[in-house]
Design a protein around this ligand. Structure first.
Ligand SMILES: CC(=O)SCCNC(=O)CCNC(=O)[C@H](O)C(C)(C)COP(=O)(O)OP(=O)(O)OC[C@H]1O[C@@H](n2cnc3c(N)ncnc32)[C@H](O)[C@@H]1OP(=O)(O)O
Ligand SMILES: O=CC(=O)O
Ligand SMILES: [Mg+2]
Length: 534
């Protein structure tokens, strides 16, 4: 790769860690610098557009399918690229952070795909980000085997899952890596480092560079990703159309642009995923200022709520019309060592997966290796020998804008228990996140950045509309902070509480808890920075 055109300086501000130099090579940093030079400016414009649109909707503006792109929706002829090697049959996809042990466990889990997550399930400490890249590289090179101090062996099996990497969303920056003194968009760091080190290796191994794209709000953000793929492939001499990306439809605005998103990415598209937790968060956040959009306790808003049914059925219909996979989402219930609790959790997950398979999804997510056999069994019984069910075009589905926005059909006041549960989950999750854990099991449920966002934004919304009492919330926050400090001796209770106060009790509603909490608590810089001159 020629470096002559790049004049920027890339600075590594993150503390040096074991083997970081294998990832942060001069050539890899140069590659990141090129992506940044090409796309950082456009990202900022798109983020400004996000804020502008959010203000319009908060003020009562409409949300509908986009008139300007109706030609894309009405053209019956276009299709996305055919499934790439390793992505034909995706009936079970396990997800999780690329932590070393979990990398081996996920790859051996029996799932067809492993979604290696730098996003909802990863706390973006510098060590987690670069360590995760090393684990991916080691896994692809099949040199990740290890034995713990207690003698437990971790060995990659012969058949492993296809790796699909989820970089962080457009809203985040990586403050340990600067170009010309500016933090690099986190999406470009996670995508770029993996692509630089692993794309060719994956192709050589008969797979490819595959991605999940989170939290997109419209098709222009998908276009930006497509441009990133084109440049990245060109820079490394990899043929265009090698990358595949599955977009999570997990914002309410993106639900109105599913076809356009597939169209923008079509030579690189591998379908859409119903990211239900962020979708719910986005819906609550987008309409948080509007009293007619208040939802009840989180536990009462399930995938059978009419507006969630509309969203998931529209996703299947849209994907299959365009020859794209439709992948289901995450049931939050986790296996338990307690037999009755385990039975109850498995029954709930089974119902969820059955509904998805019947609706026409081609596969679904499992949060834990213990859920993989169940998910496989459910999809096997519907798919049989077929790798997917793309032929089910779901012409019976007719979803309108009103259906997607029919929150009033599920509305209701919060309960005392619902308020307490949200505060308890948000506090405990923020504490875990501050200590480097991006996903945790709490009360038998998987909690990650998306579910914690729901917990804090609901409290903000209920306060805003006078549905709960501010003093009562303060009392519950005190009680839960005390409980957390008792149950977890290493808890960073004050910092966790600070994040909650800033994001749930503030006058203005922050769009995400992560950017500010990251800047305040996770950014660590040593005195001397490594500077890479290109
Ligand atoms: C909204 C969304 O974005 S969903 C997608 C993002 N969220 C996720 O991906 C969460 C994925 N799940 C997880 O991270 C984990 O399951 C947790 C944190 C919720 C629970 O993990 P644990 O508390 O370790 O569960 P548990 O003790 O039952 O684990 C048993 C074993 O399974 C492993 N395991 C659990 N979940 C996973 C997983 N998702 N991938 C790989 N291995 C896993 C554990 O590492 C452990 O392995 P070990 O026995 O070798 O040490
Ligand atoms: O990323 C998935 C979600 O549900 O959010
Ligand atoms: Mg999400």
């Amino acid at each position: 790769m020629s470096t002559t055109a790049l004049t920027s300086r890339v600075q590594v501000l993150g503390a040096p860690g074991d083997r970081h130099d294998e990832i942060l090579t001069p050539a890899a940093l140069d590659f990141i610098g090129r992506l940044d030079a090409a796309f950082a400016g456009r990202r900022l414009e798109l983020l400004a557009e996000r804020r502008h649109r959010a203000e319009l909707i908060a003020a009562g503006g409409p949300l509908d399918f986009v008139p300007a792109t109706s030609a894309v929706r009405n053209d019956p002829d276009w299709r996305v690229a055919p499934p790439a090697p390793g992505l034909l049959d995706r009936r079970v996809e396990i997800t999780g952070p690329p932590e070393r042990r979990m990398t081996v466990n996920a790859l051996n889990s029996g799932a067809q795909v492993w979604m290696a997550d730098f996003e909802d399930a990863t706390s973006p400490t510098w060590d987690n980000i670069i360590g995760g890249q090393l684990n991916l590289l080691d896994a692809i090179e099949r040199r990740i085997d290890f034995t713990t101090a207690r003698g437990k062996e971790y060995r990659l099996g012969d058949r492993t899952a296809t790796i699909v990497v989820r970089p962080r969303g457009w809203h985040l920056t990586e403050k340990h890596l600067l170009v010309d003194g500016r933090p690099v968009p986190a999406s470009l760091v996670d995508f770029g480092l993996y692509f630089f080190h692993c794309a060719q290796r994956q192709i050589d191994a008969g797979s490819g560079p595959y991605f999940y794209l989170p939290k997109l709000e419209n098709h222009l953000e998908a276009r930006l990703w497509n441009e990133v793929f084109v440049l990245a492939q060109d820079l490394l001499g990899i043929p265009r159309g090698t990358v595949r990306a599955t977009v999570l439809i997990e914002t309410i605005t993106a639900a109105f642009e599913m076809e356009e998103i597939l169209h923008e990415l079509r030579e690189h598209s591998a379908g859409l995923n119903a990211g239900r937790w962020d979708y719910l968060f986005s819906l609550i956040k987008t309409f948080a200022h509007r009293p007619d959009y208040v939802l009840p306790d989180r536990a009462k808003v399930t995938m059978t709520a009419p507006f969630m049914r509309a969203y998931s059925e529209l996703l299947v219909r849209t994907c299959h019309k365009r020859g794209a996979h439709a992948i289901g989402g995450m049931a939050a219930h986790l296996p338990s060592r307690d037999a009755p609790a385990n039975q109850a959790a498995l029954a709930k997950v089974r119902l969820d997966k059955e509904r998805e398979a019947e609706d026409g999804f081609d596969g679904s997510w499992a949060a834990h290796p213990g859920l993989v056999p169940l998910c496989r069994e459910v999809f096997d019984s519907v798919l049989g020998e077929r790798p997917h069910q793309l032929e089910r075009t779901r012409d019976d589905v007719h979803v309108t804008a009103a259906d997607l926005l029919a929150v009033h059909r599920t509305s209701g006041p919060p309960t005392e228990e619902g308020v307490r549960a949200n505060i308890a989950v948000a506090l405990r999750y923020f504490d875990a996140w501050l200590r480097g854990h991006g996903a945790v099991a709490l009360d038998g449920l998987m909690e990650d950045a998306a579910t914690a966002e729901i917990a804090r934004v609901q409290v903000w919304q209920w306060l805003r509309h006078g549905m709960i009492d501010r003093d009562r919330v303060a009392g519950l926050l005190d009680a839960e902070s005390t409980a957390l400090a008792h149950e977890q001796p290493r808890a960073l209770t004050a910092a966790a509480r600070d994040i909650f106060v800033r994001t749930a009790l503030s006058g203005e509603l922050p769009a995400f808890f992560t950017p500010d909490a990251y800047a305040r608590h996770l950014v660590r810089r040593p005195a001397v920075a490594v500077v890479h001159h290109s």
